[in-house]
Structures are given as structure tokens and as C-alpha cells.
Design a protein. Structure first.
Length: 286
């Protein structure tokens, strides 16, 4: 015989009995085993979202809460398979690079009530580092103690500097500026101007928001030279009160530094000679 109970609300029922009495008045009582009626599905809520962007696709964790224990079903595979009441931390299986906006979790309780799908907040896996290229080299030699340098990056990120250089410029390369980033070079404290020296170890690294650092971009070797040339000797003898030189005579001047081809304008007190200049050849002039 099958007996159907009247509709019962959710709850646990124990002590229920069924009594059967025949036409002669004989009766028998059967005790029904304890049972639970559960028509309510688990309710899920996010607690801690997946870190985004991230370059670690092997340990993607996500925490959610459930009002009931049950079995977990994933869209975007993960583990474990079972949820407990309250907070649960799960780990997604390794995923390829990309943006994930369709991952969901459901929990089905022991009464086969399935929760509404919990949508995992969008996250991005990025394992690709920025790539850097030089655009404009530092002029060399230069008398500028805070020279400019330009480069480009395939991604925005945070700039860091190596070697004998730092920069007073912003530490971030934005999406708007990544195709043409101009920085001002300084000493490694990022504020003090460079001193006279040869700089052959300066470098730049950009680390993107997922934590991927670029390879070091080596800044071209350059020299900062702020010392002007000095005349060490002249022929005819220097320091004479007056020197008479005919048009056909030679004047020999020795400089302290190697000189580029340029015109050096001389100063004359004799107005008949004012405005004259002489041509300097490369290196020491004679």
C-alpha cells in the first residue's frame, strides 16, 4: 500500500505513524522513519574575487559563501567538488591567457535543490611581458645634466630604472603614452641632476599590471661634459702686450679638449680687426 501525506512545509518530521484497522476492529500501527522536506535551494554570494589581471594561471582562487552544503558544478573547471555551509575557497584549473567573463558556480544540496548560478566577476590572465624599443637616443656628448630619452612600450606599466640613472619623470607608462614615452634622466635618486661622466649602464624596465616585467632596455651610451675648453698655449708667445702678425703669418692655438669643426669668434680691441674669426679644425687646432 502506498500512502501519500498531505502537503507539508519544509522541516524534519519524526514520530509520524500510520494505523490500519480492519472491519473486525483489529488495528496495527506503523512508525514512519524520520524524514526531511527541503524545497529551498542554496543561496550563493561572492566573498573574494579572482585577482585581476594576473600572470599566475596555476593558483587562481575564488571565495564564495553558501547557505547550505552541497555539490559544486563549475563553468570554468575547478576544485573541490563539494561545498560546505558558509565560506568556500575554490581553485580554478589552469587557464590559458585571456579574459574570462562567463565563469559560474552552482551548488546542489542533498535534496537536489540547485542554486542560482553565481557569476564569477570578470578576470584576466596575462603572461605576456611588455616589449620596449628606443625612439630617441640621448645626444652625446652633451652639456645637459638632465637629458631626455624617448622609448615606446607595447603595454602600459610601471617604470623602473637601473645602472647609474634614474628619472624625475612619472613612474608610470600609461596606455595613452606607451607609444612615445619621454623621460628625463637623473641620478638613481630620481631627482639629482647627472654629473660629468660617461654613462654606459643605464637601463629601463616596464612592469605591466599583471606583474610581467619587460626585458631591460639599454639606454645608449652617452657622455655628460659641462667643462668648457681652455687655451693652454699660443704661438706667438701668449701674454704679450701686443702681437703683430702679418696676413701671411700663422697663429698656433692648442686647446685642452678635442674640438669639432666650428668657428671660434675672436675678440679684438683694435677696431680695424673687429669681426674677424678663424676656423678651428677637428681636435687640437694649429
Amino acid at each position: 500500500m502506498t500512502v501519500s501525506f498531505a502537503a507539508l512545509p519544509d522541516g524534519t518530521y519524526g514520530g509520524c505513524t500510520i494505523t490500519v484497522t480492519d472491519s473486525a476492529g483489529n488495528s496495527v500501527t506503523i512508525y514512519v522513519n524520520q524524514f526531511t522536506i527541503d524545497t529551498i535551494a542554496p543561496v550563493l554570494q561572492p566573498v573574494d574575487n579572482v585577482t585581476t589581471p594576473t600572470n599566475d594561471n596555476a593558483t587562481l582562487s575564488y571565495t564564495f559563501s553558501s547557505t547550505e552544503a552541497g555539490t559544486i558544478t563549475y563553468v570554468c573547471s575547478g576544485s573541490p567538488d563539494n561545498a560546505s555551509k558558509d565560506n568556500n575557497t575554490i581553485k580554478f584549473n589552469p587557464l590559458a591567457e585571456g579574459t574570462y567573463d562567463n565563469c559560474t558556480i552552482t551548488v546542489t544540496d542533498s535534496a537536489e535543490n540547485t542554486s542560482t548560478a553565481l557569476e564569477v566577476e570578470e578576470f584576466k590572465i596575462d603572461k605576456t611581458a611588455p616589449e620596449l624599443d628606443q625612439l630617441t637616443a640621448v645626444p652625446t656628448p652633451t652639456d645637459n645634466t638632465t637629458p631626455a630619452y624617448s622609448f615606446k612600450s607595447t603595454e602600459p606599466g610601471t617604470n623602473s630604472y637601473g645602472g647609474s640613472c634614474g628619472s624625475s619623470s612619472t613612474s608610470a607608462t600609461s596606455d595613452e603614452t606607451k607609444d612615445n614615452v619621454t623621460i628625463i634622466l637623473t641620478q638613481p635618486d630620481n631627482s639629482t641632476a647627472l654629473i660629468e661622466a660617461l654613462y654606459d649602464d643605464c637601463s629601463i624596465t616596464v612592469t605591466d599590471s599583471a606583474g610581467n616585467p619587460s626585458n631591460q632596455l639599454e639606454v645608449n651610451t652617452f657622455e655628460v661634459d659641462t667643462t668648457a675648453p681652455t687655451v693652454s698655449s699660443t704661438s706667438p708667445t701668449d701674454n704679450l702686450s701686443s702681437v703683430s702678425v702679418s696676413v701671411s703669418d700663422n697663429i698656433s692655438v692648442t686647446f685642452s679638449d678635442s674640438m669639432d669643426n666650428t668657428s671660434v669668434t675672436t675678440n679684438f680691441s683694435n677696431t680695424t680687426c673687429s669681426g674677424y674669426s678663424f676656423q678651428v679644425s677637428s681636435d687640437n687646432f694649429s
